[in-house]
Design a protein around this ligand. Structure first.
Ligand code: FMN
Length: 178
């Protein structure tokens, strides 16, 4: 039986620089991992994209294909959007699908594909009035938002430590092994 497929979608917050670690963890849990990035996150990882494609065995997708071009990626059994910036959390909640990863996650909601979102936001960004509204909207749509003890706990601006971003907890929650 083929491995279930996990889409790991990442946006431009520092933990995305550890995408390879997250991919390895997902694969160690028995999942085939497809990596998608916002355009900004793809730019941050531009020197690592070839290695990430080798690691996942799939193209790393950050842009919509052109109409008529084939879709070469397998369909997802589950989706983890992490790290999710304030911009990405709000874009997803509001359905602003300018970037491919937001569009994919938005469709996952409509298709009923299990979707989890783990933000990476400082206390200052978390205090923006749209953040709570977006989290409420997403939870109301059946999205699991991994926020608070055990998952992402916001730090003061400039005090976040990407090394402690809880990848393992998120992947275990999403893949049902935790
Ligand atoms: C070094 C650096 C660190 C950042 N860290 C965060 C962060 O932790 N959370 C966040 O919401 N935005 C953070 N940002 C801002 C986002 O990168 C920015 O809002 C970007 O437009 C997000 O786009 P995306 O959601 O399409 O990836 C950071 C920016 C820089 C340059």
């Amino acid at each position: 039986m083929p491995a279930p497929v996990l889409y790991l979608l990442g946006s431009a917050a520092p933990p995305v620089l550890d995408a390879a670690k997250a991919v390895r963890l997902g694969r160690s849990l028995g999942w085939d991992v497809v990596l998608g990035l916002t355009p900004t996150a793809a730019d941050w990882l531009r020197d690592d994209l070839a290695g990430l494609e080798e690691l996942t065995g799939h193209p790393v997708k950050s842009r919509y294909r052109r109409p008529g071009d084939p879709d070469v990626l397998p369909p997802a059994d589950a989706v983890l959007f992490a790290p999710a910036t304030l911009n990405s959390v709000n874009s997803l909640a509001l359905g602003i699908t300018t970037s491919w990863v937001i569009g994919y996650a938005a469709e996952a909601i409509g298709k009923g594909v299990p979707l989890s979102v783990m933000p990476c936001t400082s206390t200052a960004l978390t205090a923006h009035p749209q953040f709570d509204r977006s989290v409420e909207t997403l939870r109301g749509a059946g999205v699991r938002v991994l926020l608070g003890e055990g998952f992402h706990v916001p730090d003061e601006p400039g005090r976040g430590n990407p090394a402690v971003y809880p990848w393992a907890a998120a992947l275990q929650a999403v893949t049902g092994r935790g």
